[in-house]
Design a protein around this ligand. Structure first.
Ligand code: NDP
Length: 480
């Protein structure tokens, strides 16, 4: 059995108190590795290493930092098959998705921030008439914490680590306990790339134990967190009382708003992906599909026909469109929402059952599921399900579409499908979402600000926003 280890001070270590957790294979429910359940003493150890490394790393020429981060990107790319296989196995996602999205994007995160730091500059303000010049310094913070979820494990882990390191910080990072494998593999890549010991420390374990010890550490200067809204609220409270900087990327219940004048075939193709990619376990998935009344019946028929053709299979199957959900607990949560539909909260149009895969009978497979709803106040419209489940609802006017779209506490992303410019401008102004796509979905440019409104988060990541988050601003005023 593989034993995953903590990566601290450039070396692999067992947890100090010898506490271990089982790591389960979503494809068949078997335990296939063990990981540390690290506690305060491991976090203290990681902090000592990070703090010791900080003076030198923060003073390292940015070109040199960029070179090491680029090397990490190269090495991830050179090992793409191993990383993709490990990610697919650990998370249950189809191998083709890990190979084409997760791992390439993890490499891009390092490459992007390696380049971005060489272009990062700060402002100067001349105080005319006062013989003074102000300039702004942006200094690394020190030791920072990065905590990421299980749905896009390496992709979201590196999305935080890369800008933090590029800006000159030392990092203690905790991946989700449910998907630790590629984060473990990243340690070896960092050794090979020549990242100095202590600059990046990867500590494994449960959120309640390891994560909690990390966010409570008094010397951690900032917390960058991606995960559920309730955990985010807990972290915000704690960070607030210690006056730590905090960035929160949280849940979503994103509307996909479809008008009759859209490019129908492109919309249908994309809506299939935005509904069921990664078994619907992407914070940006368009889980609420709102369709203009005049094409509602046609869309419903076509969407269900396409959904019925999706292949649910074990993640190694190259033909799989959907693999396994990440864990038994998560599958039960998703099933509990499907049960609400079966009990009458909505009309189950397609799916709703577990799928049994030959030789993988204990895996966590679910049919892609389509539910029609007619109320805004029900759980199915309000709560994040985070699985292969979408709701359908018709609308008649732009006002009604906006009202439905903005009717939840979340505000992460939205997609609008229309070719009407006036309508596009209205929706981009009035939708309560941090990321709005028009006639596309999940088209990402790493320079753009990323994050949500309302209960979907606080702060923005991406591009210069991330580099600003991971630096402290100092203004200097010189009179001459
Ligand atoms: P959780 O909030 O349960 O966990 C996220 C991370 O936080 C995990 O590493 C978890 O550890 C850790 N954690 C849990 N409790 C604590 C704590 N008390 N202190 C510190 N760390 C803690 O989310 P999930 O992993 O279930 O991820 C799914 C959620 O993430 C969904 O709501 C989804 O929408 C959101 N998400 C948001 C994105 C965005 O960019 N807005 C992107 C992707 C996902 P462990 O797993 O070990 O318990």
């Amino acid at each position: 059995m593989i034993k995953i280890l903590n990566f601290i001070d450039g070396q692999f270590h067992e947890p100090k108190d010898n506490l271990w957790l089982d790591n389960v294979l979503p494809a068949n429910g078997e335990i296939y590795s063990q990981l540390p359940n690290s506690n305060k003493s491991d976090i203290d150890f990681a902090y000592q290493a990070a703090n010791k490394a900080f003076p030198q790393w923060s003073q390292t020429d940015t070109n040199q930092r960029a070179k090491i981060l680029s090397k990490i990107a190269d090495l991830i790319e050179q090992n793409i098959e191993q990383f993709a296989a490990a990610e697919s196995k650990d998370n249950g996602k189809p191998i083709k998705l890990a190979r084409t999205v997760d791992i390439p994007r993890a490499a891009s995160n390092f490459r992007f921030f390696a380049q971005a730091i060489t272009q990062f500059s700060s402002e100067s303000h001349e105080s005319v008439g006062q013989n003074a010049i102000n300039y702004t310094l942006r200094k690394p913070l020190g030791v920072v914490a990065c905590i990421s979820p299980w749905n896009l494990p390496l992709y979201l882990f590196t999305w935080k680590i890369a800008p933090a390191l590029a800006a000159g910080n030392c990092v203690i990072a905790k991946p989700s306990e449910v998907t630790p494998m590629t984060a473990y593999m990243l340690g070896e890549i960092c050794q090979e790339a020549g990242l100095p010991g202590g600059v990046l420390n990867i500590v494994h374990g449960e959120g309640q134990t390891t994560g909690q010890a990390l966010i409570e550490h008094p010397e951690i200067k900032a917390i960058s967190f991606t995960g559920g809204t309730s955990t985010g609220r807990h972290i915000a409270k704690l960070a607030g009382s210690h006056l730590k900087k905090v960035s929160l990327e949280l849940g979503g219940k994103n509307p996909n708003i479809i008008f009759a004048d859209c490019d129908y075939e492109k919309m249908l193709d994309t809506t299939m992906r935005s509904s069921f990619a990664n078994q619907g376990q992407i914070c940006l998935c368009g889980s609420r599909i709102l369709v203009e009344q005049s094409i509602y019946e046609k869309f419903k028929t076509d969407f269900i026909a396409r959904t019925s053709k999706l292949v649910v299979s074990n993640p190694e199957n190259q033909e799989a469109d959907l693999g396994a959900l990440v864990s038994q607990a998560h599958m039960q949560k998703v099933l509990s929402y499907i049960k609400l539909a079966k009990q009458g909260q909505g009309k189950l149009l397609y799916g709703g059952n577990r799928v049994t895969i030959e030789n993988h009978e204990k895996g966590y497979y679910l049919e892609p599921t389509v539910i029609e709803i007619d109320s805004l106040n029900c759980e199915l419209n309000q709560e994040e399900i985070f699985g292969p489940v979408v709701t359908l609802m018709p609308f008649s006017t732009e006002e009604e579409a906006l009202q439905i779209a903005n009717s939840t506490e979340y505000g992460l992303s939205a997609s609008v499908w229309t070719n009407d410019l006036k309508r596009t401008m209205k929706f981009t102004q009035e939708l309560e979402a941090g990321i709005i796509w028009v006639n596309t979905w999940m088209l990402r440019d790493l320079r753009t600000p990323f994050g949500g409104l309302k209960a979907s988060g606080m702060g923005r990541e991406g591009g210069l926003e991330a580099l600003r988050f991971f630096t402290e601003t100092k203004n200097v005023c010189i009179q001459y």
